[in-house]
Design a protein around this ligand. Structure first.
Ligand code: PGA
Length: 250
C-alpha cells in the first residue's frame, strides 16, 4: 500500500529564526497525523529546522542537490552536505528550476542518482505548462519528463523515489487541477511507470499532486485513488493551514 505523503515546499522563504518559530508552532498541530510528512526548506534553514524537528514526526527536506561529490561548482550543495544535516528528502526538477535555472530532465536524473547514493529520497517533479495542456501535448511532455528524469533506475530505487505531478499553470496561481483531472493525469504517469519500468513500480511508487493545494481542497484531492499526497507551496508557510492539510483524514 502507498502511504500518503504531504510535503511542504517553502521555496525561497523564511530565515532561520522564522523557521524555528514556524516549526515549533507546527509540531504539536500535526502530532496525530497519520501520513508521512516533510518540510523542504532553503539550505540556510536546514540546521535550524533539523534542531527544531528532532524527535518529531516531520522529516527534513531540501530543494536541490548537485550531482558531483565535491569540486569547483560555486553556489552548489552536495548530497553528503545534505546528509550531514540529516536531510531525508530533496525536491528535484521543480518547474521553477526548469523555468528559471535551466534545469532539464537530464540534470534531474543526475541529481537523483546523487541523492539516492546518499540515501536521500528524491521528490521528482514533472508537469506541463498551460500552453502544452491547451495544445494537447500534456502526455507527450510528461512521458519525456518521467522517462528521462528516472532513466536507469531499478525497481529497488523506486522504493525511495517519489514523483510530484505539478501542472505549471496551477502553481501559485490559485487554479487547482480538478481532482478528476489530477487523478487522470497521475494515472497516465503510473501507466508510463508500468511500461517503462514495471507493474510493481507503477503500483508502489507514490505520486503526489502539487499546485494550489490547500486546506479547502485537500480532502477532494486525497479522495482520488491515484493521488498519494501533496507537494504544498504557499499553504505550507502557514502552520495552521499546513497542519489542516496533514490532518485531512482526522
Ligand atoms: P503552490 O506551490 O502550492 O504555492 O501552488 C506548489 C509547488 O510549487 O510545489
Amino acid at each position: 500500500m502507498r502511504k500518503p505523503f504531504i510535503a511542504g515546499n517553502w521555496k525561497m522563504n523564511k530565515t532561520s529564526a522564522e523557521t524555528k518559530e514556524i516549526l515549533a508552532e507546527l509540531k504539536p498541530l500535526v502530532a496525530e497525523a497519520t501520513c508521512d510528512m516533510a518540510i523542504c526548506v532553503p539550505f540556510t534553514d536546514l540546521s535550524a529546522a533539523r534542531k527544531e524537528l528532532r524527535g518529531s514526526n516531520i522529516k527534513l527536506g531540501a530543494q536541490n542537490v548537485h550531482w558531483a561529490e565535491s569540486g569547483a561548482f560555486t553556489g552548489e550543495i552536495s548530497a553528503a552536505m545534505l546528509k550531514e544535516q540529516r536531510v531525508d528528502y530533496v525536491i528535484l526538477g521543480h518547474s521553477e528550476r526548469r523555468q528559471y535555472f535551466g534545469e532539464t530532465s537530464e540534470t534531474v536524473n543526475k541529481r537523483a542518482v546523487a541523492a539516492l547514493g546518499s540515501r536521500i529520497r528524491p521528490i521528482v517533479c514533472v508537469g506541463e505548462t498551460l500552453i502544452e495542456r491547451e495544445t494537447g501535448h500534456t502526455e507527450e511532455v510528461l512521458y519525456a519528463q518521467v522517462t528521462e528524469s528516472l532513466k536507469g533506475f531499478k525497481t529497488r530505487d523506486f522504493e525511495k523515489i517519489i514523483i510530484a505531478y505539478e501542472p505549471v499553470w496551477a502553481i501559485g496561481t490559485g487554479k487547482t487541477a480538478t481532482p478528476e483531472e489530477a487523478n487522470e493525469t497521475i494515472a497516465f504517469i503510473r501507466g508510463v511507470l508500468a511500461t517503462k519500468f514495471s507493474k510493481l513500480v507503477a503500483e508502489n511508487t507514490r505520486i503526489l499532486y502539487g499546485g494550489s493545494m490547500n486546506a479547502g481542497n485537500v480532502k477532494q484531492l486525497m479522495a482520488m485513488p491515484e493521488i498519494d499526497g501533496g507537494l504544498i507551496g504557499g499553504a505550507s508557510l502557514k502552520p495552521e493551514e499546513f497542519a489542516r492539510i496533514c490532518n485531512y483524514n482526522l
